[in-house]
Design a protein around this ligand. Structure first.
Ligand code: DAH
Length: 315
């Protein structure tokens, strides 16, 4: 008999003893009952311990450090793949790293100061409304663009300027907007921000940097153009367009807007403790989802966040 069964039998026998209470003198019943209860509690404890011990004996140990190579024990085993946005993001960061940019990661919860004030949107500024910004009930902000990181990047790398160098940072991040979702709009998507500051940064360098980036990413020469834009944190501000590459179905007539850019507004530099009479900066921000959609001919941005395996398995 296993110890579990023996304890169960003892418990059964003990339960039978309770029937005797009726047969003993009234004044002894209390002590008798207490004694039985004590023995029953002890047996129940023993039973639990024996059950736990039996259970751990039955567990087959697994080696959680073993490699997860496809093997015979799991016939349907399929190795997962990286999400296409993450794969492409590493290509993007690779290109900018080779151009000399440092990478800083954006945060997924931010505040009013970084979302607006630090970017030269004073309180009540009408452009604040253009960002369809979510807020948590505690007053935090899931960032609506990666520009929320500009202030932190400037502060962090300001010492480069003091040492006679420059600031060159790219900041990928997840951003959130409270807008209606359709094939070209998602409430959650990815952007990559870039910011460069030196004594003589120019708009020409800005456009050259981005042209070089897109040409490297798509592996071909591209036609680019700009159109006027407005962002409180850059002056002048432009929108950057590329002509749809022929290899990606372009007929040479479709212009695609890839993001915004401009010269960093002096107030933004000043707020981060950088003297705008001595230093100039350029900055840009563009969507990663859009970049990847064009590369692979994906026609619906919702696929990225859908968790659809059919879609993900293609990458
Ligand atoms: N943050 C802007 C947006 O999401 C894009 C942008 C425009 C970023 C100009 C920049 C910039 O850094 O200089 O709409």
């Amino acid at each position: 008999m296993s110890s579990v069964e023996k304890i169960k039998a003892d418990l059964k026998a003990l339960n039978a003893e309770y029937a005797k209470i009726k047969t003993i003198p009234v004044e002894e019943r209390k002590a008798f009952g207490q004694e039985l209860n004590k023995r029953r509690e002890a047996l129940q404890r023993e039973l639990q311990e024996a059950l736990d011990a039996a259970e751990s004996e039955n567990i087959t140990p697994i080696d959680i450090t073993a490699p997860s190579a496809p093997n015979t024990t799991i016939p349907s085993f399929k190795r997962g793949t990286k999400h296409p946005l993450m794969t492409e993001l590493s290509h993007v960061l690779d290109i900018f790293s080779r151009m000399g940019f440092d990478v800083m990661e954006a945060q997924q919860l931010d505040d009013e100061f970084h979302m607006f004030e630090s970017l030269n949107f004073p309180e009540g500024h009408p452009a604040r409304d253009g960002y369809d910004t979510f807020r948590t009930s505690e007053g935090f902000i899931p960032p609506a663009h990666t520009s929320t990181m500009q202030y932190r990047a400037l502060k962090k790398y300001k010492k480069n300027l003091d040492d006679g160098g420059q600031i060159a940072v790219v900041i990928p991040g997840r951003v959130f907007r409270n807008e209606d979702v359709d094939a070209t709009h998602e409430h959650t998507f990815y952007q990559c921000e870039g910011i460069f500051v030196s004594e003589n940064a120019t708009m020409g360098q800005m456009l050259g940097t981005w042209k070089k980036f897109f040409e490297t990413y798509y592996g071909q020469k591209l036609n680019i153009k700009t159109q006027p834009g407005y962002f409180p944190f850059t002056e002048p501000s432009v929108e950057f367009l590329i002509e749809k590459p022929k290899s990606l179905g372009g007929k040479g007539d479709g212009w695609l807007e890839m993001g915004g850019c401009g010269m960093v507004h002096p107030n933004v530099l000043k707020m981060a403790g950088i003297d705008p009479t001595k230093y100039k900066g350029f900055a840009w921000g563009g969507g990663i989802d859009r970049l990847v959609m064009l590369k692979y001919g994906i026609n619906d941005v919702r696929y990225f966040e859908s968790g659809k395996l059919d879609f993900l398995k293609e990458f």
